[in-house]
Write a protein that binds this ligand. Structure first.
Ligand code: FES
Length: 220
């Protein structure tokens, strides 16, 4: 009579090991199936209830007016920032423009500084002074611009990059005036886009008296 291989002590042991292995594989399969179901359910829930974005819309009204910027209001400055919305409005001798404060390196928000070359080792040239500073009658009134807090890039007041890893100038965006003289900025409407190495000073401006732009866009 043939001997049942599972009837020996060794066979019984093997049978127990196989049963344990089957149970383990079943357990692994069940855990995997449960995980997949939970993950799928969560994704479905996320799809049904999308997260609301708290980001401000691209077009917004600033909290300052043309009089604040030109000095006929209570403030006497020529640069006003809405850092929450990452926009600075600048008045120069030609008119008004708005710089979108997104560093062209990795997107941090540069800070306004009144001595932009400080600590960079960059020395002013006659061309720099003439092109990029608020100069009156050949004298520099302010060496203002932006300094990026992340990796140290610097930009002149016209948003031209000159130091650090930023590859190109920051963009300018559309700015207009509401009937109550507050500025309205549209960050979705780029008025000046310059490539790497372009140090030309953009000509786009908003006329503070008429509230109309001259339409002189670049690269858009
Ligand atoms: S993000 Fe501005 S220098 Fe890197």
């Amino acid at each position: 009579m043939a001997l049942n291989p599972y009837d020996t002590p060794r066979g019984k042991l093997r049978s127990r090991v196989e049963a344990t292995r089957r149970q383990f594989l079943l357990l692994v399969g069940a855990v995997g199936a449960l995980g997949a179901t939970l993950f799928g359910g969560l994704e479905l829930l996320k799809f049904m209830f999308p997260a609301a974005t708290l980001e401000a819309p691209p077009q917004f009204k600033t909290h300052f007016t043309v009089d604040d910027l030109t000095g006929s209001g209570t403030l006497k400055v020529n640069v006003l920032s809405d850092t929450a919305n990452r926009v600075t409005v600048v008045l120069d001798t030609i008119g008004i423009y708005a710089v979108y404060l997104v560093c062209t390196h990795l997107g941090c928000t540069p800070n306004y500084v009144s001595d932009v070359t400080s600590g960079t080792g960059v020395t002013d040239t006659a061309q720099t002074v003439a092109k990029h500073y608020n100069a009156e009658g050949g004298a520099i009134s302010t060496r203002n611009g932006w300094a990026c807090p992340c990796h140290g890039s610097r930009y002149f007041i016209d948003s031209t990059n000159f130091y650090g890893p930023a590859p190109r100038p920051m963009d300018w965006v559309d700015i207009s005036m509401s009937p109550d003289k507050f500025f309205v900025v549209n960050r979705a409407a780029i008025t000046v886009y310059r490539q790497a190495g372009d140090t030309s000073v953009p000509r786009w401006r908003l006329d503070p008296k008429t509230g109309k732009s001259n339409g002189a866009t670049i690269g858009v």
